[in-house]
Design a protein around this ligand. Structure first.
Ligand SMILES: [Zn+2]
Length: 1198
C-alpha cells in the first residue's frame, strides 16, 4: 500500500509538472505579440521544439515506468488504474498537440519567409570575428528586419495623381533662361522701361502707396540686445510720437522679438495709444513672427514655432491678427513659407531676394505678382497671393522705380548735411513750392515705370531701409517732403496719379478692390506659379550658396535644440496635465518649467532670423546666439528629464524637484556654447558593487520604436536588463582617447531598446565579474595604418593590427565594403537581390577665386574651380569595431574624423548606414570641405531632389550655365538621386549645402573657412571655425512598384525615408541615473502614454501647452489646453519599407483615442498659428488629414 501511495504521489507530481509546463508553453507560443517574427524568435522556436521533443521522450519513459509500477502494485484497483492512465494519456496528448502546434508555427514562419523572399531577409548566421577571445563573443544570427507595413490605397492613389499645374513653373523658367546678364542701362539688371504717356490719366489714375518701414535685424553686426538699446527702441518711441503728430503718416513693422521688449517697458497709457494707432490702421504689424526667418536652412517646425510665438504674443497681448507677410531680406524664398502663412489665415505676402535674371524674366511678362501654389497641390487650394519686388534691393534707391540715381533723390534722410548720401552723386532736394512740380514729375515717372511691371493700376513703393526711423528728424523729413509731393500730385489730376502713405495691407486691399474680389481670393488675371527661388544671386555669378553651410556648428546646435524643444513640449504637456489631474500641482514645478519653455521657444525663434541660422552675423553675435541656444538646450534637457521622472513615479505626491542633487542625469554635457557634447558616463562602482544603475529612454515620436542605443559606463563587464527584467544582449566597445589609445575608464555599451510611442522605458545596467555574462560581447577591434608595433594592450580588448585588406560590415539587410587602405566606403551589397551597388565615399575641398576681387565669404561661394580631392600625406589610421549589435569603421584624417556604422537591428536603423563626421578646419585658410558620394544611380539630365525646410521635396537640375556655385542648393533634411530602379538618399541631421555635379554623384558641404569679407555688409570673414559634428543616414532603396515619374516636380520620400529622417532628427532621449541614487528608482519601468499610436504617415509635429497672455500675472501658469499639430506625410508607395514598428500608413487619427491617462474632450480645429477657430471637432470621429497638410487643433487636456 505504501508503494501504491508513493506511485500515486509520483504520478500527481508528474501530471502537475506537465500541466504547468503546458501552461508556460502556451503562453510563450501564443502568436501576435508582435506582427513579425525575428530571427531570434525563430531560434527560440527551434530551441523549444527540441526541448519538448526531449521532454516527450523523457515523459514517455516515466509513464512506462509508472504504468509498470502501477500494474505491480494494484492489480485489483482497475478503476484507479484506468483513471490514472486516462490522465497521463491526456496530458501526453496535450504535450504532443503543443509540440505539433509549435512545429506548425515554425513551418508557417519558414513558409512565409520563402513566400516573401523579396521582403524578408534569409536568416543568416554570423561569424563575428572573435578577436581570439573565445568565451566572450557569442555566435548569433542577425535580427531579421521587421516586415513592410501597408500604406493605404488612398495615399498611393493620391501620390500618383497629377498635380494641379501652375501657369509658371520655376523649373521651366530655369530651363529656358540663358542667365547671360546683359547690361540693362540705368536699371542694370533689367532694361530701359518705357510707358505710354496716356496710359494713366485723370479718369484712370495710378494709385500709389508709399509705405514707410524699418528693417531691424535681431542680431547681425550688433547683438540683438545692442540693436534694441541703440536703435530699435527709438524707432518705436518715434513711431508713437510721430504717427500721433502726423495723422496721414503710416508705418509698419514685422519682428515681435524686438517689439515685445518695448511693449513690456512702456506705460499703460502708451500701450493704449499704440493699440489705437493699430485700430486706425495707421500702424500695421506685418508677418508678426518672432523674426523674419531665413527660409533656406530653417526646418518647418522652427519656422512655424517662431511664427506661432509671435502670433500668440500679438493676439494675446494686443488682440492683433496680421494678414500680410513681409520678407524683404531672406536670401532666397521657399514655398513652405507661403504655405505656412496661407494656413495661418494670411491673404498675401511679399518677397524680395530672388535671382536677378528671374526677376527680369517675370517683370518682362508682368508676372511679378502671382498666386504661389505648392508643387504637390492636387486641387489648387494652396494658392497664396505673392508680390515680388522687382529690383536689386529693398532700400529706397531700388524701390521707387527702375533708376536708382533718381530714386535716391527721394530718400529725404539723405538730404545734404546728414550722415547719409547718395552714391550716384545726385543729392535729394527739400521739396519747395518752386521745385515741387519738377520733383513730382521725376518721381511719378519712376512710379509709372515700376507700375508697368505689374498688372494693376496700384503700385507699391516701400520707403525704408535697415534700422531707419531711429532718429526723430527722419520722420519729419520723410513726412513733410512726401506730403508736399502728394498734395501737389493729388491736386493735379492731369498727372494721372493719386498718392498716399499706406501700409502693406492698404496696397493689397487696393488690388482686391480694383479686381473686385474678396481679400484672399484669386484676383482675375494674376498667374499661378509653383516652385522655389533658390539659389539666389544678386549680381553676376555671385550666388549666395555659401550660407547654406556657413557656421555649421551653430546650424547643428540649432537643430539639436529644436528637437529638444519639441520633445520637451510634448512630455511637459503630458506631465503638467497629469499633475493637474492628481491635484498635486505644487510638487510639480509647472510654472518654472513653463518659463523655461517660453524662453526656449523665443531663443529658438530668434536664431531662425536671416542672419542667425544663416551663419552671417559677426563673431561676437554668433557667440550671443550660441549662449542663448545652449542655455535653452540645457533647460530643455532638464524639463525632459524631470518630466520623465515625474511621469514614471506611481505616487506622484512623492515627486520633488531636487536641482542640487537630482536623481537622474542629462545624457550629455556641453562645457561651452562652442564645445562638442560629452556623453555622461554611468559610474558602475567598485568591484563587488552589484547595485544596478538605471537608464530611462524617452521616445518623442508618436510611434513605437526599436533601435540600437549606446551608453557610456565605467566598466566593460556588465549586465543590461530590459524593463521586464530580462538580460539582453550587449556589446562593449572601446572609447578611444585618441587613435591607438584606448581609455581604461570609459567604455561604450550598445544594445537594442524598444520604446512605446511617446513612452518611457527604464533599463538597468549592473557591473559583473569579468566575462560572467555571456550575453555581453566584447567587440573585436582592428587597427590599420598605425605606427605602433605589436598589439595595443588594453583589456578586455585585444586590438589586432593589420594592413591593406578590405573590410566588410554586415547585417541581415546588407554588406558594406570598405577600402583597407583609406577606410572609406566602396560599395553596398543588398541581400534582397544580391546586387552590389557602387557607393564610394571621398572627401573634397575647394579654395576661393584668386584672380578677381570677389572672393568667397559668409554669404557667397566663389570657388577657385572644380573640387580637389582631400587626401592627407600619410594614410589615415583606421579602426574597425565589430560585434553582434553594431559594427563601425572610424577613419582619422587630419581635418576630418569619419565614422560609418551598421546596426544589427530589426528596426529601421538596420536598413541604412549611419555616417558621422567631425570636421576641424581651424588650421586652414580659405578652405571648404565636402563629402562626395559616387554611386551607380543613373540620374539622367542632371536631375536630383532636395527638401525645402524638411517639409517638401523639390526637383532640381544641374546646369552648366549657372556656374558651379549656382548649382549648390540648401538641404535642411534630405537629398536624393534616382533612376528607374533605385533611389539613393542622404538624410541629414542638420542643414548644409548640397550639389549633384555629375551623374550618380552627390556632394554635401561640411564646413567652410573664409578669410575675407564678401562685401554684403558683414565686414568680416568666417574664421571662427569649431570642431563641427555632422550626422547622416545613407539609404539605398530599390523601386518595387509605383510610378517612376521624372516629370513630376514634387517627388515624395518613401515611408522608410520619412521615418529614417524622423529617427535621425528626433533621437531617443537617454536619461541615466546618478550613482548615489542607484536604488531609489521610480516604480514604473515602462510607460505607454498613447492609447493608440499614430499611423506611420502622420507625424506629431507638436503638443504645445498654451500660455496665458504674456503681459499678465498668469503668464507662467500653463493653461489646461494645448496646441496639437499633425503633419500628414506624402508618401511614394514604390519602395518597400522594412524595419518600421509603426502601424499601417492610413492617415487615420481619432483624438479621443490618443492618450491613455488623460482626455482630450474639447477640441477645435484652428489656423496654423491658432489665430482663427475653424470648427469644433467631435473628438470621437476620424480627423480629416490630407496628404502633405499640417492640421492644428486646440485641445483641452484633462
Ligand atoms: Zn536683414
Amino acid at each position: 500500500m505504501k508503494k501504491y501511495v508513493a506511485v500515486w504521489g509520483a504520478m500527481f507530481f508528474c501530471v502537475i509538472c506537465l500541466s504547468l509546463y503546458l501552461m508556460l508553453e502556451t503562453l510563450n507560443t501564443s502568436p501576435g505579440r508582435y506582427n513579425d517574427m525575428t530571427a531570434e524568435s525563430l531560434l527560440n522556436f527551434e530551441r523549444k521544439i527540441d526541448g519538448i521533443e526531449r521532454d516527450i521522450k523523457h515523459n514517455e519513459e516515466i509513464i512506462r515506468e509508472i504504468k509498470g509500477a502501477i500494474k505491480e502494485v494494484s492489480k485489483d484497483d482497475h478503476e484507479s488504474m484506468g483513471k490514472l492512465q486516462d490522465i497521463v494519456g491526456s496530458q501526453n496528448k496535450k504535450l504532443q498537440e503543443n509540440f505539433d502546434q509549435l512545429k506548425r508555427l515554425r513551418n508557417e514562419e519558414v513558409a512565409k519567409k520563402e513566400h516573401n523572399q523579396n521582403n524578408v531577409i534569409e536568416f543568416d548566421p554570423i561569424n563575428v570575428k572573435s578577436g581570439k577571445q573565445d568565451k566572450t563573443v557569442v555566435e548569433r544570427g542577425f535580427p531579421v528586419l521587421r516586415k513592410p507595413v501597408s500604406i493605404s490605397q488612398a495615399m498611393c492613389s493620391w501620390s500618383e495623381e497629377p498635380t494641379k499645374k501652375a501657369e509658371i513653373q520655376m523649373e521651366e523658367v530655369f530651363e529656358s533662361l540663358p542667365f547671360d546678364n546683359p547690361d540693362g542701362g540705368a536699371w542694370k539688371q533689367g532694361w530701359q522701361v518705357t510707358y505710354e504717356q496716356n496710359r494713366w490719366n485723370a479718369g484712370n489714375k495710378l494709385r500709389v502707396f508709399v509705405v514707410p518701414h524699418s528693417h531691424t535685424d535681431p542680431g547681425w553686426v550688433k547683438t540683438y540686445d545692442r540693436y534694441y538699446e541703440d536703435q530699435t527702441r527709438h524707432i518705436f518711441d518715434n513711431m508713437l510720437e510721430k504717427l500721433e503728430k502726423y495723422p496721414k503718416f503710416r508705418f509698419m513693422y514685422a519682428e515681435m522679438s524686438f517689439f515685445h521688449i518695448w511693449w513690456n517697458e512702456i506705460s499703460e497709457d502708451k500701450r493704449r495709444r499704440v493699440k489705437k494707432l493699430i485700430e486706425e490702421k495707421r500702424f500695421e504689424i506685418i508677418t508678426g513672427g518672432w523674426v523674419m526667418n531665413d527660409e533656406a536652412n530653417t526646418h518647418y517646425f522652427a519656422m512655424l514655432d517662431q511664427l506661432l510665438e509671435g502670433h500668440q504674443w500679438l493676439d494675446g497681448t494686443l488682440g492683433v491678427k496680421p494678414s500680410a507677410g513681409w520678407a524683404i531680406d531672406p536670401f532666397g524664398h521657399t514655398p513652405t513659407m507661403a504655405y505656412l502663412l496661407r494656413r495661418s489665415g494670411f491673404n498675401n505676402m511679399l518677397i524680395q531676394r530672388v535671382h536677378y535674371a528671374i526677376k527680369k524674366y517675370l517683370a518682362k511678362n508682368s508676372n511679378l505678382e502671382f498666386m504661389w501654389r505648392q508643387n504637390w497641390d492636387r486641387y489648387g487650394n494652396t494658392d497664396m497671393f505673392c508680390h515680388l519686388m522687382p529690383f536689386y534691393s529693398y532700400d529706397i534707391p531700388h524701390t521707387c522705380g527702375p533708376e536708382p540715381a533718381t530714386c535716391c533723390q527721394f530718400d529725404f534722410r539723405r538730404l545734404p548735411g546728414s550722415s547719409y548720401s547718395c552714391p550716384w552723386r545726385q543729392a535729394p532736394q527739400e521739396i519747395t513750392d518752386n521745385n515741387v512740380k519738377d520733383r513730382a514729375n521725376m518721381i511719378i515717372d519712376q512710379w509709372k515705370k515700376k507700375a508697368t511691371l505689374y498688372r494693376t493700376n496700384t503700385v507699391f513703393i516701400p520707403l525704408g531701409d535697415d534700422f531707419r526711423y531711429d532718429k526723430a528728424d527722419e520722420w519729419d523729413k520723410q513726412y513733410v517732403n512726401y506730403q508736399k509731393l502728394f498734395d501737389y500730385i493729388n491736386s493735379n489730376s492731369q498727372l494721372g496719379v493719386e498718392a498716399y502713405f499706406g501700409t502693406l495691407s492698404d496696397y493689397f486691399n487696393s488690388i482686391y478692390e480694383e479686381k473686385n474680389v474678396k481679400p484672399g481670393l484669386h484676383p482675375n488675371g494674376i498667374p499661378t506659379l509653383s516652385g522655389d527661388f533658390y539659389t539666389y544671386a544678386d549680381k553676376d555669378d555671385h550666388y549666395w550658396s555659401g550660407y547654406f553651410t556657413s557656421r555649421p556648428f551653430q546650424k547643428n546646435l540649432n537643430r539639436v535644440m529644436e528637437s529638444h524643444l519639441r520633445a520637451a513640449e510634448i512630455i511637459y504637456s503630458m506631465a503638467t496635465t497629469l499633475s493637474r489631474r492628481q491635484g498635486d500641482s505644487k510638487n510639480f514645478p509647472a510654472s518654472m518649467f513653463m518659463e523655461m519653455m517660453i524662453e526656449a521657444r523665443r531663443n529658438l525663434g530668434l536664431f531662425q532670423h536671416h542672419d542667425g541660422i544663416t551663419g552671417t552675423a559677426k563673431d561676437f553675435v554668433v557667440v550671443d546666439y550660441g549662449n542663448r541656444l545652449l542655455k535653452s538646450l540645457k533647460a530643455m534637457k532638464e524639463v525632459i528629464k524631470e518630466c520623465a521622472l515625474y511621469l514614471s513615479i506611481d505616487d506622484k505626491s512623492k515627486y520633488a524637484l531636487d536641482q542640487a542633487d537630482p536623481l537622474y542625469d542629462v545624457d550629455e554635457q556641453r562645457s561651452a556654447h562652442d564645445a562638442l557634447p560629452e556623453k555622461s558616463v554611468i559610474s558602475l562602482g567598485k568591484i563587488g558593487d552589484s547595485t544596478p544603475r538605471s537608464v530611462m529612454f524617452y521616445n518623442s515620436l508618436a510611434y513605437s520604436r526599436e533601435q540600437v542605443v549606446k551608453i557610456y559606463v565605467t566598466h566593460p563587464h556588465v549586465i543590461v536588463k530590459d524593463n521586464e527584467g530580462n538580460t539582453i544582449q550587449t556589446q562593449v566597445e572601446p572609447f578611444w582617447n585618441e587613435p591607438g589609445d584606448i581609455s581604461t575608464e570609459k567604455f561604450k555599451v550598445s544594445f537594442r531598446v524598444t520604446v512605446p510611442a511617446l513612452g518611457i522605458v527604464r533599463y538597468t545596467v549592473t557591473r559583473v565579474n569579468d566575462f560572467a555574462n555571456t550575453q555581453n560581447s566584447i567587440s573585436s577591434v582592428l587597427i590599420f595604418n598605425s605606427d605602433d608595433d605589436g598589439k595595443i594592450k588594453s583589456p578586455p580588448f585585444s586590438v589586432e593590427k593589420t594592413k591593406g585588406s578590405d573590410v566588410t560590415l554586415e547585417n541581415s539587410h546588407m554588406k558594406a565594403m570598405f577600402s583597407g587602405s583609406t577606410g572609406l566606403l566602396k560599395s553596398i551589397l543588398t541581400k534582397d537581390d544580391d546586387k552590389t551597388h557602387d557607393t564610394r565615399i571621398e572627401f573634397i575641398k575647394y579654395g576661393t577665386k584668386v584672380h578677381s576681387g570677389d572672393r568667397s565669404g559668409a554669404y557667397l561661394f566663389l570657388p577657385d574651380g572644380p573640387a580637389k580631392p582631400y587626401v592627407d600625406d600619410n594614410p589615415p589610421i583606421v579602426t574597425v569595431i565589430q560585434g553582434p549589435i553594431v559594427s563601425e569603421v572610424h577613419v582619422y584624417m587630419d581635418l576630418i574624423t569619419h565614422v560609418v556604422r551598421l546596426y544589427n537591428s530589426s528596426g529601421i536603423d538596420g536598413v541604412s548606414l549611419d555616417m558621422q563626421n567631425i570636421v576641424d578646419i581651424t588650421s586652414t585658410m580659405n578652405t571648404e570641405v565636402a563629402v562626395r558620394i559616387r554611386t551607380d544611380v543613373n540620374n539622367k539630365d542632371g536631375e536630383f531632389y532636395t527638401d525645402l525646410n524638411g517639409f517638401q521635396i523639390q526637383r532640381r537640375k544641374t546646369y552648366e550655365k549657372l556656374t558651379l556655385q549656382g548649382n549648390v542648393y540648401p538641404m535642411p533634411t534630405m537629398g536624393f538621386i534616382e533612376d528607374e530602379h533605385k533611389r539613393f538618399s542622404i538624410l541629414s541631421a542638420n542643414s548644409l549645402g548640397f550639389a549633384n555635379l555629375k551623374t550618380g554623384m552627390v556632394d554635401v558641404f561640411l564646413d567652410r573657412r573664409l578669410n575675407q569679407d564678401d562685401s554684403r555688409g558683414l565686414g568680416q570673414g568666417v574664421i571662427d571655425s569649431k570642431q563641427t559634428p555632422s550626422r547622416f543616414r545613407l539609404l539605398l532603396e530599390t523601386r518595387s512598384g509605383g510610378k517612376y515619374n521624372k516629370k513630376q516636380t514634387s517627388a515624395l520620400p518613401s515611408l522608410l525615408g520619412h521615418q529614417t529622417s524622423l529617427h535621425l532628427i528626433h533621437p531617443l532621449y537617454v536619461i541615466p541615473s546618478r550613482q548615489k541614487h542607484s536604488s531609489s528608482f521610480p516604480s514604473q519601468t515602462s510607460l505607454s502614454p498613447m492609447k493608440t499610436e499614430l499611423p506611420c504617415d502622420v507625424h506629431l509635429l507638436n503638443l504645445r501647452t498654451m500660455q496665458y497672455r504674456d503681459d499678465g500675472p498668469q503668464r507662467l501658469q500653463p493653461k489646461n489646453s494645448a496646441a496639437l499639430f499633425f503633419h500628414r506625410l506624402g508618401v511614394d508607395c514604390g519602395f518597400p519599407n522594412k524595419g518600421l514598428m509603426c502601424k499601417a500608413a492610413t492617415g487615420e487619427v481619432i483624438l479621443s483615442g490618443l492618450f491613455s491617462d488623460f482626455r482630450t474632450d474639447i477640441a477645435q480645429q484652428v489656423s496654423l498659428t491658432l489665430m482663427y477657430e475653424e470648427k469644433d471637432i467631435d473628438t470621437t470621429e476620424l480627423l480629416d488629414l490630407e496628404p502633405m497638410e499640417i492640421s492644428s487643433y486646440v485641445v483641452t487636456l484633462q
